[in-house]
Design a protein around this ligand. Structure first.
Ligand SMILES: NC(=O)c1ccc[n+]([C@@H]2O[C@H](COP(=O)([O-])OP(=O)(O)OC[C@H]3O[C@@H](n4cnc5c(N)ncnc54)[C@H](O)[C@@H]3O)[C@@H](O)[C@H]2O)c1
Length: 430
């Protein structure tokens, strides 16, 4: 686990917990991010999830896990303080992000109109639909859920003077990259509606940072403008105008894999898994009954002809979110480092690749899962799949040098932890 996940109480910090909203908190990545945030003992975590692709039980388990680990770290006779308890209880809201008034109500719950204090300090925006194939069949649903909901969320953040955002982006923003390993400066040219929702959201967020928190003056995005005008009345009458400059960090995930080593939280997709590793886990546990795994193409210019992807442990990925939130603390060393390259008068927006910088082929993954599960997978090579690119590998050097990000867990550990979760929970959280 990265340094970011170490227990902050060890350093004797007792400043008030900061309220952090995690959207999509009950999902695969969200639950591990929430767990990692709880471990820092610096945040009060609030989650919004409509359970489109998750169950509330994930956050119940996260909370139990965090409390047990905290008690164990304090010793058998230690008394838990109110802060200890608050920092392990998650305020989980069953709410759809596309429902503007319901989300606004949640922000209002934490906001003190007297002094503007105690509101939501920052947002980690993870919720989205994420299936590339599905997005080509129902693009409007994807634009609505991923882009419109993000714009709605941003306008509410402005209204409540919440000006720090960590955004869940994806390597899909690069489409077919001209250069591998892929540096962040690569042009964004996604190949699918899903990927384009990520590009659009990054651009909207970037424009918002550029406008220094004054979205009305932005003018670059029709929808942002109309939303802000619609809520201008509320903005000025309820909370006063937004004063803190908006700053954001976009994290471009490569391929998160694995689970918490306890096996109590993990990936539990509704329906057939779209990604290779959970599919292999479901095959091994008998939940997917396909007799053979279809391998799409073995004539790519890669180590064994099959596609290569950059896998990183989901807890390493989660650690990147803690670092990003720390980097949004104005005046901190990390804040200075991350935004050092931003010219004066420009918006504070940065994007970082979160990957290991190492590629694994489909056949290497199958072999690693065979070792972890003992299941003898049968594979059948079929034709290439439309849209697949030979290799997607991150250049993680910027995240390493500026953010201090590291992804030390190896593939063997990812497969072990994934299997530990899957065999202990063959039907998922139910
Ligand atoms: N898993 C990956 O391989 C991967 C790779 C790159 C980027 N990402 C991005 O990471 C994020 C999380 O991915 P994940 O794998 O954890 O997916 P997930 O489906 O497990 O989690 C997403 C969560 O968001 C919730 N959600 C979706 N729409 C919502 C809405 N309108 N209102 C409230 N909640 C809503 C879902 O119920 C789910 O709990 C997504 O933004 C995805 O695009 C994932």
């Amino acid at each position: 686990m990265s340094d970011a996940t170490t227990n902050a109480s060890q350093s004797g910090q007792e400043e008030p917990l900061k309220n952090v909203l995690v959207t999509g908190g009950a999902g695969y990545i969200g639950s591990h991010v929430v767990y990692t945030l709880l471990k820092t003992r610096q945040y009060k975590v609030i989650s919004i999830d409509n359970h489109h692709n998750s169950l509330p039980a994930s956050l119940t388990r996260v909370s139990e896990l965090a409390l047990e680990e905290h008690k164990a770290s304090l010793g058998p006779n230690a008394q838990l303080s109110q802060r200890d308890i608050d920092s392990t209880i998650i305020d989980a809201h069953d709410c759809d992000l596309t429902n503007h008034s319901a989300v606004r109500e949640i922000f209002g719950k934490y906001y003190s109109s007297e002094n503007g204090k105690g509101g939501i300090w920052g947002v980690v925006h993870i919720a989205a639909y994420k299936a590339v194939g599905e997005s080509t069949s129902i693009p409007l649903t994807y634009y609505q859920n991923n882009v419109s909901a993000t714009i709605s969320l941003l306008s509410i953040m402005l209204e409540f003077n919440c000006a720090r955002l960590v955004y869940s982006s994806s390597a899909t923003v690069y489409g077919t990259p001209p250069e591998v390993p892929i540096p962040e400066r690569t042009r964004r040219e996604a190949d699918s509606p899903y990927g384009r929702t990520k590009v659009m959201c990054e651009m909207v967020v970037e424009d918002l940072c550029e406008s220094n928190g004054n979205a009305v003056a932005d003018g670059t995005c029709h929808l942002v403008v109309s939303l802000v005008i619609r809520f201008h009345h509320l903005t000025t009458t309820t909370t006063g105008s937004t004063s803190t400059p908006f700053q954001a960090i976009s994290l471009r995930y490569f391929n998160p894999a694995g689970a918490h080593p306890s096996g109590r939280i993990g990936e539990d997709p509704r329906g057939r898994p779209g990604n290779l590793l959970p599919l292999l886990a479901h095959m091994a546990v008998g939940r997917v009954k396909d007799p053979v795994l279809k391998v799409f193409g073995n004539d790519y210019p890669t180590v064994d002809g099959t596609c290569v992807r950059d896998y990183l442990h989901v807890l390493d990925l989660a650690g990147g979110h803690v670092l990003a939130l720390q980097a949004l603390q104005e005046g901190s060393t990390l804040n200075g480092k991350v935004f050092a390259s931003v010219k004066a008068g420009k918006g504070k927006f940065k994007a970082y690749n979160l990957g290991k910088g190492k590629g694994m082929s489909v056949l290497q993954i199958v072999e690693a899962m065979r070792k972890a599960t003992g299941f003898e997978y049968k594979t059948e090579v079929v034709g290439r799949r439309r849209g697949d690119v030979p290799a997607l590998i991150a250049d993680p050097s910027l995240a390493r040098t500026e953010l201090g990000f590291d992804a030390p867990h190896d593939l063997e550990t990812m497969c072990r932890d994934l299997w530990n979760w899957q065999k202990g929970n063959p039907a998922g959280y139910v």
